[in-house]
Design a protein around this ligand. Structure first.
Ligand SMILES: [Zn+2]
Length: 379
């Protein structure tokens, strides 16, 4: 995900969702019109999403992750009900019966996981509702819902089924601690990328159909105008070289050619497809899940690895490989004592020198930190 693109898109979507307006001045630079609160007067603000854009307009406010401007926009979007919340009415189940089944959801590579205490937590899930508008000679729109697990960024393809099956309630039936979330800009970026992936084939079909229509109509227009020109040339061919009618026919031919160019340009713009995507709302759902402490131990290493039981899917949740960031049900311990998928373990075994080094990037480390460590206790 391009971070700037995500924040930019989220902010503009939120401003527009709140009934404000945004106008792009340059790359990463906008003028927005919006009001700070429901009763406040709308005001014009200049927002920059890139320090470089700030140079073009030094008066503008820089919007970055956790900047006060972004926080205010998110707070307003939440307060207005555009970002709603609800609780999935499903019981987390009892930890006693589940620990062993949880362990059986995984394959532990050269290691074993021993479950410790299990307790229910509310885990936040996000249902992002997008409107996609296809604009060409006709105008159509569709709504696309994308479910994202807000604690680890996994796409949830069956969230709507779960909502239908268990129903929602506006309040929790029992107070539970709530697991921490990834930054909203990151989860928005994940949802948006999934939306793009889902509309890709529709978009391709629409584009191909429009190209086909453009080709057909352009062909017809070209045939029509070439017939006119052919008739004109015929008329011209019977005139004497010094006949004054010749120049009249010449200018007529030029007019026909210009009309043809105009008609073809008109057709090209008629069959050009524009796609506008906007985020209509985000529903934040809290689902109870059982989080188990546990210890993964191999011959040489051991590490505290919590695992999560999902009572809706009736299985464990995949863990994330610390090295390559993929979700996996097959896990083992690297030489540095972190969770790794089989391919990363194999790679590390082939390159013993590298195995003790830290993984690439900070993202995997942070995500794992959120998934597997003490940042879960917010609320
Ligand atoms: Zn891996």
């Amino acid at each position: 995900m391009k971070v700037r693109g995500g924040i930019e898109a989220f902010t503009i979507a939120a401003v527009e969702g709140l009934g404000g307006a945004a106008e792009k001045l340059a790359d990463g630079l906008y003028t927005v019109l919006w009001s700070e609160g429901p009763t406040a007067e709308p005001e014009t603000r200049h927002l920059a999403f890139d320090p470089e854009a700030l140079e073009d307009d030094p008066e503008s406010e820089l919007v970055t992750i956790a900047s006060p401007t972004l926080e205010r926009i998110i707070a307003r979007a939440t307060a207005s009900g555009r970002v709603a919340r609800a609780f999935l009415s499903v019981a987390p189940g009892s930890p006693q019966g589940v620990a062993e089944r949880l362990a059986r959801s995984y394959r532990f590579v050269d290691s074993a996981w021993t479950p410790g205490d299990g307790r229910p937590w509310f885990c936040p899930l996000g249902l992002f509702l997008f409107r996609v508008r296809y604009l060409c000679d006709s105008r159509e729109e569709e709504l696309v819902e994308v479910g994202v697990n807000l604690t680890d960024g996994r796409i949830l393809r069956r969230l709507d089924e779960a909502i239908e099956r268990y129903g929602l309630s506006p309040e929790p039936w029992e107070p539970l601690p709530t697991k921490g979330e990834l930054p909203v800009v990151q989860t928005y970026g994940i949802a948006h990328a999934e939306l793009e992936r889902r509309i890709l084939s529709t978009l391709g079909n629409r584009r191909r159909h429009l190209e086909w229509r453009l080709e057909r109509e352009s062909g017809r227009a070209a045939a029509y105008y070439s017939e006119l020109l052919r008739e004109l040339r015929e008329e011209q061919s019977v005139l004497a070289a010094d006949d004054p009618g010749r120049s009249r026919l010449e200018s007529k031919a030029r007019a026909i050619q210009m009309e043809q160019e105009g008609r073809l340009a008109e057709l090209r713009s008629k069959y050009r497809l524009e796609v506008h995507v906007s985020l209509l709302s985000v529903l934040r759902l809290y689902q109870p899940k059982l989080v188990f402490r546990g210890r993964l131990a191999s011959k040489a290493h051991g590490a505290e690895i919590p695992l999560v039981w999902d009572p809706v899917e009736n299985t464990g949740e995949p863990a994330r490989c610390y090295f390559c960031d993929v979700f996996t049900y097959e896990l083992g311990l690297s030489r540095s004592g972190t969770v790794a998928c089989p391919s990363c373990l194999e790679r590390a075994a082939l390159k013993p020198v590298l195995s003790g080094l830290s993984p690439h990037g900070q993202r995997g480390r942070r995500r794992n930190g959120q998934m597997f460590s003490g940042r879960q206790g917010t609320k």
